[in-house]
Design a protein around this ligand. Structure first.
Ligand code: EPZ
Length: 429
């Protein structure tokens, strides 16, 4: 697997452009399936998760054209089957958005059960609850979820758990259902609002996205459109934390500051200086960084997708910080890797106690998932000495050109491409 090598201790300085939001793009691209025309999607992050979802759509018959590295034109009209490719889908959880999109288009869908990941079980009971409320039945057979109905009819759905994925999937299934669907206790993330805006650009009638009550009045037809994805607030927060961890001075550009409010507030509490502008934020340090307690919550709370990154920063802040991961069951697997760099962190279930130390020391570590990998990059940038990070495929799933962007900020970082070792016997054949 490819490796990142970082020689730490360099202050990051300069500006870094933020790419389109991964989790908005992963909801909007499957939504194109519902359209009866060509959709042009701009400001898409150039990351492997997007390549995969685009490949799944083209395998299903869509005509997918890469206009440039951040723009796709997709014609879904040749998709005639509600069955998505098992093999490809197993590699990415977000492909389960095809359940809602195919159900909304064909009143039927056959999609691979999403894989688990490194932070615990990832159920879909709320997704299925929503589909059944709209009149569908489901069964699981051979690792595939089959969802079918005669006709989708709008309904009132109360989410037992605030779920981004279930909110997205129910929106996709409901936009062409007969009548009114109300989703209560809906997720309010910026990417939910972005999806609603995209659906409305296609001719849907979705109101209330961004609040905990979303109302969707079914329409007969959705047309092709052109749409630009919002900036990625998690990518932006990651670079702001990297600036803080290296005592640097970084401005993230092409952001929507309001989407980063909870991240900015916590960084200021730690002692990071923040200057906000219309579409950029400057983060810099001019002194000690202090302990801070974190509890992850659904938006607008502190995002769970920033938890590993801020924990890496807290490991070199003065004092003892408590990190409460209230969204996922087991999102501290990366802590054992941070400990290899000298971090003093103890974990008990959903709580991590972080004893701040003067500095981390570079070491060979492994990325266990996307945000864990980002946390290890931040730790490596701040550490004394050399850090090598294996399994960086996880990181490249969600961060466009992370090595290039960090080099642009003065980091001593490079990517080592590890040639696949062909077993000797195969080579001899
Ligand atoms: C999305 O995952 C994101 N992924 C995750 O980001 C993010 O961590 C998560 O939302 C929370 O913000 C994408 O958008 C592609 P959930 P999702 O359904 O939709 C429970 C990243 O790093 N739950 O909001 O799978 C679940 O177990 C990724 O970019 C149920 O109980 O998350 C969890 O405890 C990692 N039943 C909580 O809800 C369900 O049917 C939130 O999960 C669904 C979820």
């Amino acid at each position: 697997m490819d490796t990142i090598v970082i020689s730490g201790g360099k202050k990051l300085r300069g500006t870094v452009p933020i790419s389109g939001a991964k989790n908005a793009a992963l909801a909007i691209i499957p939504a194109v399936v519902l359209s009866e025309g060509v959709c042009r999607i701009e400001n898409i992050p150039n990351i492997s998760d997007i390549t995969l979802i685009a490949k799944i759509l083209s395998e299903m018959g869509a005509i997918v054209k890469m206009v440039n590295k951040n723009t796709l034109e997709i014609d879904p009209r040749k998709i005639v089957s509600p069955v998505a490719s098992y093999e490809l889908m197993r590699h990415m959880r977000a492909s389960y958005y095809l359940l809602g999109a195919l159900l909304g288009k064909f009143s039927s869908a056959v999609v691979s059960l999403p894989g688990g990941c490194d932070f615990g079980v990832r159920p879909i009971d709320q997704h299925l609850k929503g589909f059944m409320a709209l009149g569908a039945k489901y069964r699981v057979d051979g690792g595939m979820v089959h969802v079918d109905c005669d006709k989708l009819v709008g309904s009132n759905i109360y989410m037992d758990v605030v779920s981004v994925g279930a909110t997205v999937n129910i929106m996709l299934a409901a936009v062409k259902a007969e009548g009114l669907t109300t989703i209560e206790n809906a997720a309010k993330e910026p990417h939910i609002v972005d999806l609603a805006n995209f659906l409305n650009c296609m001719g849907a009638d979705v109101r209330g996205a961004g609040t905990d009550v979303i109302k969707i009045r079914g329409v007969k037809k959705l047309s092709g459109t052109t749409y630009s994805i919002i900036p990625d607030q998690i990518e932006a927060g990651t670079y702001m934390i990297a600036a803080a961890a290296t005592g640097g001075d970084v401005t993230v550009t092409n952001v929507i500051p309001k989407h980063l409010e909870s991240i900015t507030a916590k960084l200021e509490e730690i002692g990071v200086q923040i200057e906000e502008y219309d579409d950029s934020i400057r983060a810099y340090c001019d002194g000690k960084l202090n302990k801070c307690n974190i509890k992850t919550m659904p938006h607008p709370g502190f995002p769970t997708d920033m938890q590993p990154q801020i924990t890496a920063l807290l490991s070199i802040c003065e004092g003892t910080s408590i990190v409460n991961e209230a969204v996922w069951d087991n999102r501290f697997r990366y802590v054992s890797e941070l400990r290899r760099m000298g971090a003093q962190i103890s974990v008990d279930g959903k709580i991590a106690v972080v004893e701040g130390i003067e500095n981390l020391v570079g070491a060979p570590v492994k990325a266990t998932d996307l945000r864990a990998g980002a946390a290890l990059v931040i730790a490596g940038l701040s550490a004394n000495g050399l850090t090598t990070i294996e399994d960086i495929g996880h990181i490249e799933r969600g961060y466009e050109n992370i090595v290039g962007k960090l080099q642009g900020l003065g980091a001593d970082i490079k990517k080592i491409v590890v040639e696949e070792q062909i077993p000797a016997v195969a080579a001899a054949l």
